[in-house]
Design a protein around this ligand. Sequence first.
Ligand code: HEM
Ligand code: HEM
Length: 194
Amino acid sequence: MIRMATQTHFSLFHRFLHWTIAVAIFLALFTAFLHYGWMNGRAISSTLTAALAEKNITLSSDDARGIARKISRPMFQWHFYAGYVLTALLFLRFLDFFTKGRKFASPLSKEANSKQKLQSWLYILFYLALTIVLVMGLLLKFGPHNDLHEIFETIHIYCGYFIGIFVILHIIGIWLGENAEDKGIVSKMINGKE
Ligand code: HEM
Ligand code: HEM
């Protein structure tokens, strides 16, 4: 059982992991957003085909998709880089958990109040979703292209969306905490001091 570390101090390693995980997650979500929207392969190829048709230039759908992939791949490469970095950081986070203990209350503990329990369940669900999104992502990238590929993709995308929702709830929660009983919690996560 991962023991509860004393809640007095965020170590330098804990803070390093928090902010590097946060930056890598922002990058993974931003590139996913671009892949879903503005730099979506289908969207680029149809814009290309329509724009060239206006100049009486016909482009086969294969050529259009090929060019679209050339345009979006350099951007989406950073989605994979963020994923590889997150895989290493998550491994370090679990190492930190098992050696130094967790920094949030157990959601099952009798002492924890309902806000702490909700916060802890959100953190546990976040780490679960992050583990699944990374395993599915690596399977998508390096795994066999078989019937399971579509299932991996669906699980990957929905866990990715959950992480997006977690980040929004987390920042709202931190903001509310800073304006109520957790004043100074953000600076504690930056400089570690009480
Ligand atoms: C993608 C963005 C972010 C992710 C994924 C994230 C994730 C987390 C996680 C999982 C924890 C629990 C700590 C632990 O693992 O032991 C945590 C705690 C915390 N985070 Fe974030 N965070 C993000 C962004 C931010 C931002 C932008 C802020 C400040 C403006 C922030 C401030 C904090 C603070 C103050 C805590 C400690 C909360 C407490 O112990 O009561 N986080 N964060
Ligand atoms: C090693 C890690 C990762 C790999 C190899 C990976 C791989 C991929 C691939 C191949 C796709 C495209 C699927 C398609 O063809 O539409 C994708 C989409 C997506 N990924 Fe990842 N990913 C990784 C990490 C992450 C992380 C950490 C997140 C979220 C925090 C995430 C969220 C998403 C989302 C939301 C989409 C859907 C984008 C869309 O709708 O077009 N991925 N990922």
